[in-house]
Design a protein around this ligand. Structure first.
Ligand code: ADP
Ligand code: MG
Length: 229
């Protein structure tokens, strides 16, 4: 049984408004799922329901292990150095040993090319560097699934690549990931499967090649027309 996440008939409402309607899909260990869809279609809400940040009204979210989430806004603590930001949760929440956590933090910083920034404060980093620190902060908790919610949307174009490259590297290491993005070339390159959400419903759940070259639905065709890539 290598299913790591199973969502069955998930429905989520805000007041009387249904924002996710009867969502079902499963994710296998090591799979990379890219979730795309127009603004307001429910992508962030879906990740938040999976992560337990939002309660659900109906259905089931069955998850093997814990999740780590990376947001558009990095949410690093401004008064703490990079290393302190990374070490806080593993030590305070997971009760791990300081030496071991520090060794891992330094290894992960090395992997994302930020060893030299370990003692810097967030305000001394570029947006792309802050986002790479935020990714390391998620990784160091050893989550079974990583959730990315438009992590490059707030970045200047020249910094998008460095963050996407880190995520591509994680895919090569067989991490299980759910990625919400508007970077369509990246989506196509990294996805094992593409889920197209529209109006709170899964409209397509298919292979990237199929989604981008021969979408089944008019809704997907219309959505893809708004991108040039
Ligand atoms: P996306 O991430 O695809 O842009 P969201 O998941 O943020 O979409 O939002 C889906 C819908 O739910 C939108 O119509 C949005 O206005 C609504 N929504 C999101 N969060 C809340 C909230 N906390 N309270 C009420 N409505 C919300
Ligand atoms: Mg969103």
């Amino acid at each position: 049984m290598d299913e790591i996440l199973k969502i069955e008939h998930l429905t989520k409402k805000y007041d009387d408004i249904t924002v996710l309607n009867d969502i079902s899909f499963t994710v296998k260990k090591g799979e990379v799922i890219v979730i795309v869809g127009p603004s307001g279609c429910g992508k962030s809400t879906l990740l938040r329901c999976i992560n337990g940040l939002e309660g659900i009204n109906d259905g089931k979210v069955d998850i093997q292990g814990k999740t780590g989430m990376v947001f558009q806004s990095y949410e690093l603590f401004p008064h703490m150095s990079v290393l302190q930001n990374l070490m806080l949760a593993p030590i305070k929440v997971q009760k791990r040993k300081k030496d071991e956590v520090k060794t891992e933090a330094l290894q992960l910083l090395e992997r994302v090319g930020l060893s030299s920034k370990k003692d810097n404060y967030p305000r001394q980093l570029s947006g792309g560097q802050k986002q790479r620190v935020a990714i390391v902060r998620a990784l160091i908790m050893h989550p079974e699934i990583l959730l990315f919610d438009e992590v490059t949307a707030a970045l200047d174009p020249e910094m998008v690549r460095e963050v996407l490259d880190v995520i591509l590297d994680l895919a090569k290491q067989d991490k299980t990931m759910l990625i919400v993005t508007h970077e369509m070339a990246f989506a196509r390159a990294i996805a094992d499967r593409v889920i197209f959400l529209d109006g709170g419903e899964i409209v397509e759940d298919t292979l990237p090649r199929e989604f981008f070259d021969a979408p089944h639905t008019d809704r997907a065709k219309r959505f893809l027309k708004t991108f040039e890539f």
